[in-house]
Design a protein around this ligand. Structure first.
Ligand code: CDV
Length: 310
């Protein structure tokens, strides 16, 4: 057995006026609860330190940059790193990253049990749009504020296993899990900020949003025989509702723990990384069964090309 007890730390809403210090205090409170439950690893959502700012249209780059972190850890997040080190707990959380050479990414990090950053991932699939869209019920301006990530999907050896990360919209794309699956990933950790309502299809809301989220993550887990931990930022941020439903999914694709609220809430599960072995050695033994001679379109073509009409 290689058990990693995972605490999924769902965050309730963060209002625009809330400071990073206020949010970090909430994150530390969840970490205290995770320690009491014996957690080895705590996972927080995408853009965990602030409100989901891409819903706000901004033209002034100085205003935009206020939502970004120029270094990690920094003064606001150092107490979180200190507490994780004190507890001997790994952690993963998302934040908006402004690099020294001026690049803007939607980023997640993974630390080991000493508080050292051992992995960084920059979001690849940026949803939404770059300009103000009058057709939408609300804005989703990730394409305006972030560049597509430049990391690809690396995996990291830490805590006795092989860990990978992705962020929110990435979880809907099967290629993401497969690229990590091909590196033997045993646990994928991810955070999300998913509006409870589709901004372009108002009737799509509630249960269907959670269904699509779980469908994608459960398939990714099963088809790559890996644990998947998907953690929400939930609840109403300045009147804009985000769905909850944070989950810990086993390598059979089954949900082992699920959040019930749209507030700060911890879900905990003892995940045995050895549970990934059976699937990886049998039905999803990639070396034995994959037929890459037929998969070329996946990397040579982006959009759909239909056959010519006869
Ligand atoms: N933060 C996200 O990436 N949100 C998207 C929404 C816009 C659909 C998601 O895939 O959940």
């Amino acid at each position: 057995m290689r058990t990693v007890t995972v605490a999924g730390a769902q965050l309730g809403p963060i209002q625009k006026a809330e400071s990073r210090e206020q949010v970090v205090a909430r994150m530390i409170d969840l970490m205290d609860q995770a320690k009491a439950k014996g957690a080895d690893l705590i996972v927080y959502p995408e853009l965990a330190l602030t409100t989901f700012f891409p819903r706000w249209y901004m033209e002034d780059q100085a205003e935009v940059d206020k939502w970004f972190e120029k270094e990690m850890p920094n003064a606001a997040t150092q107490p979180l790193f200190d507490r994780a080190k004190e507890y001997g707990m790994g952690m993963s959380f998302g934040y908006a990253e402004l690099t020294p050479d001026g690049h803007h990414f939607n980023t997640s990090i993974l630390t080991d049990k000493t508080g050292r950053i051992v992995g960084k991932y920059r979001k690849t699939h940026l949803p939404g749009h770059a300009e103000f869209d009058t057709e939408r019920a609300f804005q989703h301006l990730e394409k305006r504020y972030f560049e597509p990530g430049d990391t690809g999907f690396p995996v990291f050896r830490t805590m006795g296993g092989i860990f990978g990360m992705c962020i929110c919209n990435d979880r809907r794309w099967p290629e993401v899990y497969r690229v990590m699956g091909l590196q033997g990933v045993e646990m994928v950790v991810l955070g999300y900020n998913t509006p409870s309502v589709n901004s372009q299809k108002g009737e799509e809301a509630g249960d269907k949003r959670i269904f699509h989220s779980n469908l994608s993550m459960q398939a990714g887990a099963y088809q790559n025989s890996t644990w998947v931990v998907g953690i929400a930022k939930a609840g109403s941020e300045d009147g804009h509702p985000l769905m909850g439903g944070s989950v810990i999914i086993n390598p059979d694709g089954e949900i082992m723990a699920q959040a019930k609220t749209e507030d700060d809430e911890l879900i905990v599960h003892a995940c045995d990384l050895d549970d990934t072995i059976f699937g990886k050695e049998t039905i999803f033994n990639f070396a034995k069964h994959r037929r890459i001679e037929h998969y070329g379109l996946i990397t040579s073509q982006v959009g759909v090309v239909v056959p010519p009409e006869k």
